[in-house]
Design a protein around this ligand. Structure first.
Ligand SMILES: N=CN[C@@H](CCC(=O)O)C(=O)O
Ligand SMILES: [Zn+2]
Length: 422
């Protein structure tokens, strides 16, 4: 049945003539409409216009349509979470007290905890268990208005477990309403048995894992943790260049803990995005602006690791297209609340209320190559839409730390109604 959403106080369309990811002032232009309804046919947006015009253009569809009254609410595109470590075994709440007592994230990891702990838990988990656990997480994402999620592997560090993670993503794509986008991240940490022989692990990723990822069509992107004590810029470059040969688009965890010229490397290898960038250099930021590399900023990680925030304001002002994401993972950012992440970006990275909406919709869609189908409310795009329990978009950041999601339409179907999954 067609769907007609009527009377929203504001429709945040984010429609624009601008080509490519939004930068500078364009990030603040939300193209808010106050007098339009939205007609959906199948899984696609059919028309965005005042009711009279929709009725004149498609009288039969309007006649048959299920009508949702959005009076008092705003409508916006479904949120896009473009950086998560979605599929993983276990949780790491025990590390929180360690960190609150002064241990650093890297100290915990180097002592065999952190990513290594989650790797062990993920190895021990069956695919069925990971599927069921992640399915629950995805329900939570949906309840918070997130309709597309990027998912990185990287808790295997051996091919069997990496493959298990990637296959769980594939299966969830078939069974859950949330759309998933897969990233291979075999180079997420150096397994203990390769300590001192890191290059051998890099070779394993390049020669054994990447060919299988490509042959089995298990991912679109290839990511690496470029960080002091993990993978060097030279090793990262090798892995990303090798992935390119298999058609895998480079992404990079860059300049998260220590400055390591990760942003510069992202620009050099033509990565679609550099992610984290808490301590990215001025030169790196300028290089990204020049190459058009998207900065995927993850303020939840700075919050949870009590680390300095990325310089979001400066990046926008220097012409870097910025996206924002949860970084959902069991160690440095165990949250699925992209709405709260938006709040953090406003309060701690100096981004405006308008920019954070752009950064979690259309720019996030660009960061995962989905800009043609999601991220704005425009005719021909997928009908992934939210109705939020606020009368104007500014209240999303003002009433902070709350989930304002009332209704989620995913692929043209209502999947959350009155804040409840249906
Ligand atoms: N920094 C590397 N990877 C993840 C954290 C993974 C973990 O701690 O389990 C991140 O992006 O924050
Ligand atoms: Zn990450």
């Amino acid at each position: 049945m067609p769907l007609l959403i009527r009377n929203a106080n504001e429709v945040i369309t984010l429609a624009s003539e601008v080509e490519g990811p939004r930068m500078r002032e364009a990030m603040g232009e939300l193209a808010v409409q106050t007098n339009v309804d939205v007609l959906i046919e199948g899984d696609v947006i059919k028309m965005v216009a005042p009711f009279e015009e929709i009725q004149a253009a498609f009288p039969q569809l309007v006649e048959r349509a299920e009508v949702i009254d959005a009076t008092g609410k705003i409508m916006m595109p479904g949120l896009v979470d473009c950086h998560t470590h979605l599929v993983h075994g276990g949780t790491r709440e025990h590390e929180l007290n360690m960190r609150l007592n002064g241990k650093s994230y890297m100290e915990i990891m180097n002592a065999g905890g952190g990513i290594h702990y989650t790797t062990t838990k993920t190895k021990e988990s069956s695919a069925e268990h990971l599927f069921a656990k992640t399915y629950e997480h995805l329900n939570d994402f949906l309840l918070h208005g997130i309709t597309t999620v990027e998912a990185k592997s990287g808790y295997g560090l051996d091919w069997a477990t990496e493959k298990k993670q990637l296959e769980v993503v594939k299966l969830l794509q078939e069974h859950h309403a949330v759309d998933l986008v897969s990233t291979f991240m075999g180079a997420h940490a150096v397994p203990k048995e390769y300590k001192g022989n890191e290059d051998a692990f890099v070779d394993l990723v390049i020669n054994e894992m990447l060919p299988q990822v490509a042959a089995e069509n298990l991912a679109e992107f290839n990511d690496v943790f470029c960080e002091k004590g993990v993978f060097t810029p030279a090793q990262s470059e090798k892995i990303l260049e090798a992935g390119k040969k298999y058609g895998l688009i480079p992404k990079i965890h860059a300049d998260e803990i220590e400055p390591y010229e990760g942003a510069e490397l992202a620009a050099k290898v033509g990565a679609i995005s550099a992610e984290h960038l808490l301590v990215a250099s001025d030169e790196g930021i300028d290089a990204m602006a020049k190459s058009g590399t998207i900065a995927v900023l993850l303020p939840g990680t700075a919050f949870f690791l009590k680390a300095p925030y990325a310089r979001g304001r400066l990046m926008v002002d220097r012409g870097v297209p910025v996206a924002i994401s949860t970084d959902f993972n069991p160690g440095s950012s165990p949250t699925i609340s992209l709405p709260f992440i938006q709040n953090l970006a406003c309060m701690n990275m100096g981004m405006t209320m308008e920019e954070v909406l752009c950064a979690t919709t259309i720019n996030a869609a660009y960061a995962i190559n989905r800009q043609d189908s999601i991220g704005t409310i425009e005719v021909g795009k997928k009908a992934d839409l939210l109705l939020l329990n606020v009368p104007n978009f500014k209240q999303l950041q003002y009433f902070y730390g709350m989930n304002h999601t009332n209704t989620v339409v995913k692929n043209g179907k209502v999947v959350v109604k009155d804040g409840t999954l249906i």
